[in-house]
Design a binder for this molecule. Structure first.
Ligand code: SAH
Ligand code: SF4
Length: 360
């Protein structure tokens, strides 16, 4: 079967060109066509020899995920719905914020980790995305968004905070990140690519060794009893181990802090006592906090903390010297907020299944 060139980073593409008897430098040329010009056919690649352009279609293809729908929110947020094989969908969200344009990218269809407040977790795990499917999100968004009048790319930052746990799809995620960082592809700096993890300790160490980019850790609770409940993977990698892994990560991280994400759930993890415990827990880790007011979904069983509670909680963290931001809910009108991705599509496909079952 023909290989999909969107599955390759520069090293792999160079090796592949060698295998087919071509010079490895072809990799750089082809990467620029694929990722900087958004080319989806070989004809456009005018700096390749005519002979190579003619033989490539028999050996390779350029197969991004299928773009099903693009939606724009009133606040400038844009959401892309992509089909990755029959019945499987992922979403990627572009969030403009002043000079910065952040793309939120998914790494898996569903997620196995079953965090109790996350709609992706409720869907269960379906499968890992391929490299082409991960980088394909940036490929599409970049094509759709292009450059600003100064010629700068509109996507300046990527966060792996969409659906799925990126560190449980480690190899594909790392290969996709290598394309994000490659000057012949997207040329982003390590500081502008952030992996968000629920805390898979051994994979955090591997990421530190292989591809140290900015790190966000989904903390959500200041003690093991509560975190076991909210983020069940905590039973495997409890807070003491997680904090130690954060400390090790900082030795190689491109930023000198870890971002701790903390979803604000009314009456569950948002009291003054929780804030005090959180300050003590993170005493030895240079960090920033990002509070995420809970985004509700049907039958979640949780409520969002009030705005006053979030402010008071943030104030306590700030008083302890930690920079604390509260995530604005963006793209609410198009279901593009954290934890809401692909929910509607999933519901629709479930209804379809039910109808088909009834018919059978
Ligand atoms: N699996 C990774 C990355 C994807 S989740 C992780 O857990 O870090 C991205 C962020 O959205 C995480 O911090 C996650 O806890 C948060 N999140 C999930 N569901 C949410 C919801 N319903 N409301 C607010 N934040 C949510
Ligand atoms: Fe998975 Fe992250 Fe959702 Fe937890 S919060 S279920 S790790 S996607």
């Amino acid at each position: 079967m023909a290989v999909n060139l969107l599955d390759f980073d520069q090293t792999r593409l160079a090796a592949w060109f060698q295998e087919i008897g071509e010079k490895p430098f072809r990799a750089k040329q082809v990467l620029r066509w694929l990722h900087q010009h958004g080319a989806d056919d070989f004809e456009r690649m005018t700096d390749l020899t005519k002979g190579l352009r003619d033989t490539l279609p028999a050996l390779a293809e350029i197969r991004p995920p299928v773009l099903l729908r693009e939606q724009a929110s009133e606040d400038g947020t844009r959401k892309f719905l992509l089909e990755v094989g029959p019945g499987n969908h992922v979403e990627t969200v572009f969030i403009p914020d002043g000079e910065r344009g952040t793309l939120c990218v998914s790494s898996q269809v569903g997620c196995a980790l079953a965090c109790s407040f996350c709609s992706t977790g409720r869907q269960g795990f379906n499968r890992n995305l391929s490299v082409a499917e991960i980088i394909g999100q940036l490929w599409w968004a970049n094509r759709a968004m292009g450059r600003d009048p100064k010629g700068e790319r509109l996507i300046s930052n990527v966060v792996l905070m969409g659906m799925g746990e990126p560190l449980l799809n480690f190899d594909h995620t790392v290969t996709a990140i290598s394309l994000m960082l490659d000057d012949h592809a997207y040329g982003l700096s390590r500081r502008r690519v952030t992996v968000s993890t629920s805390g898979i300790v051994p994979a955090m160490d591997r990421l530190r060794e292989q591809m140290p980019v900015a790190l966000a850790v989904s903390l959500h609770a200041p003690n093991d009893a509560l975190r076991d409940e909210l983020v069940p993977v905590n039973r495997k990698y409890p807070l003491r181990e997680l904090m130690a892994a954060c400390g090790r990560y900082l030795d190689s991280a491109p930023r000198d802090f870890i971002t701790f994400e903390y979803v604000m759930l009314q009456g569950v993890n948002d009291s003054d006592a929780h804030a005090r415990e959180l300050i003590a827990l993170t005493r030895d880790i240079p960090c920033k906090f990002n509070l995420i007011p809970f985004n509700p979904f049907p039958n979640s069983g949780y409520r969002r903390s009030s705005a006053e509670r979030v402010r008071a909680f943030a104030a306590m963290l700030m008083d302890s010297g930690r920079i604390t931001t509260t995530r604005k809910t963006r793209g609410d009108d198009i279901d593009a907020a954290c934890g809401q991705l692909a929910g509607k599509v999933q519901d629709k496909s479930r209804r379809t299944v039910t109808r088909m079952e009834r018919a059978a």
